[in-house]
Design a binder for this molecule. Structure first.
Ligand SMILES: Cc1cc2nc3c(=O)[nH]c(=O)nc-3n(C[C@H](O)[C@H](O)[C@H](O)COP(=O)(O)OP(=O)(O)OC[C@H]3O[C@@H](n4cnc5c(N)ncnc54)[C@H](O)[C@@H]3O)c2cc1C
Length: 394
């Protein structure tokens, strides 16, 4: 009989609970942005009391930026955490307005209904972390390594301290130390274009919906209302040399260009393209924006696993740590939240009903990998349709 992959026996020698009877498993979550706090809260709700979140930043900083579209499954998981939609959804439009632009004028408009709602990183992060007890969330703790101590996973930190765990959840984003340690051959590759991003002051004429403009090959612009103004993203090609010149370091090193990294040359590049390609009202939004950031669009090989045995314990990659996907897919945060719920389900079944831990974890991996793989493949297909990064591909 051939067993489905998730039920195959693992090479793990002691796949069943490694913690002594009565003791709860120690779960260390690395990363305190969106995926990490979600998994930590789900576990706390399920009754796990040995959960710790380690976040590198002194106070979690908005690296991934502004607007985030969440689909119904992710919104439902937030509901279960008691996060009312009114807390994270400031504008409840479900409309995506897609406009083909020719000579800076709207040529063709298609309206679609988004099966979800838009939030922002700031709202969602605040809602999640406000619910995490102080004793669980440890900021200013950067993980540098993973080893074992007498068979138990052991995290190393920049401050020289260590932490033992039974399960390590790496939710540490696209530059993940977890991925580098567990899956070192999956390296990020620059896709040849940049998501320039800005928060503009509120316009005179209020905007209600998510608007996507396609002015032609090598460019896409999106804009939507957020509390206090507008969040826009302008995708434009850039060679690695141009990226380095505009943001002070190569794309592989500067994966988030924060406002202080945005040079006058980068601003001028974006302003110039806005003036040449976008309808006047949208160009004016870009020109009026002082707070700017940028993210180089990166690709990665699709993951083949998200789970690794480490001594008698386990390590898991979730969210962008597992598979950072291109922003146009609007799947990164969705994937992370859905994977977090899958992991919490497996651990809860193990703890509450003595389900075999290895089987439960592998089944979760089997359920959640396909969505991550699909999103990894979808990004380059969308980029190619938009003619983005074409020069880089050669
Ligand atoms: C322009 C743009 C638009 C997007 N739109 C959408 C969208 O509409 N829908 C959607 O679902 N997704 C969207 N995304 C993707 C989404 O923002 C990310 O997928 C999401 O933020 C990933 O969350 P995460 O918690 O997995 O990782 P991150 O948000 O990257 O967080 C990782 C955290 O780990 C911490 N960390 C890193 N290294 C260490 C370490 N060694 N030790 C301790 N802590 C560490 C970091 O400081 C950070 O806080 C978009 C992204 C961009 C750039």
């Amino acid at each position: 009989m051939t067993l489905p992959p998730h039920t195959r026996p693992t090479a793990h020698p002691t796949a069943s609970p490694s913690h002594p009877a009565g003791r709860q498993p120690r779960i260390a979550v690395v990363g305190g942005s969106l995926t990490g706090p979600t998994v930590a809260l789900l576990l706390l709700h399920a009754g796990f009391d040995q959960v710790a979140v380690f976040e590198a930043a002194p106070a979690t900083a908005p690296l991934a930026g502004g607007l985030i579209g969440l689909e119904h499954p992710a919104l439902d998981i937030l509901d279960r955490l008691g996060i009312n939609q009114s807390e994270v959804v400031a504008h409840d439009s479900e409309t995506i307005c897609q406009i083909t632009v020719r000579d800076r004028r709207p040529a063709h408009t298609v309206r679609r209904v988004y099966p979800g709602r838009n939030t922002t990183w700031t709202l969602l992060h605040a809602a999640l972390t406000a619910r995490i007890p102080e004793a669980v969330l440890h900021t200013n703790r950067r993980v540098t390594g993973l080893a074992t101590d007498r068979g138990q996973p052991l995290l190393h930190f920049t401050d020289g301290r260590t932490e033992l765990a039974d399960l390590v959840v790496f939710a540490d984003g696209r530059t993940s130390i977890g991925r580098r340690l567990l899956d070192p051959f999956r390296r990020l590759r620059y896709a040849g274009y940049v998501a320039h991003r800005g928060h503009a002051p509120a316009p005179h004429e209020p905007l209600r919906d998510f608007v996507r403009l396609e002015p032609g090959p090598g460019c896409q612009y999106t804009v939507a209302p957020i509390p206090g103004g507008l969040d826009w993203t302008f995708y434009l090609d850039a060679s690695p040399t141009d990226y380095t010149r505009r943001f002070g370091a190569p794309p592989e090193r500067r994966m988030f260009a924060l406002p202080q990294h945005v040079s006058p040359a980068a601003r001028a590049h974006v302003d110039d393209h806005a003036a040449r390609l976008l309808p006047a009202v949208h160009a004016a939004t870009v020109h009026a924006t002082t707070a700017r950031m940028a993210v180089p669009v990166m690709d990665i090989d699709p993951p083949t696993r998200m789970l690794w045995p480490v001594g008698r314990g386990w390590a898991v990659l979730l969210g962008d740590a597992l598979a950072p996907v291109r922003p146009h897919t609007a799947r990164g945060a969705n994937n992370g939240i859905e994977q977090a719920a899958g992991l919490a389900t497996a651990l809860t079944q193990h703890r509450r009903w003595a389900a075999d831990l290895a089987a439960a974890l592998h089944a979760g991996q089997h359920r959640h990998l396909p969505a991550a793989v699909t999103a990894v493949h979808r990004g380059p297909a969308i980029g190619a349709r938009l003619g983005l990064g074409a020069a880089h591909r050669g």
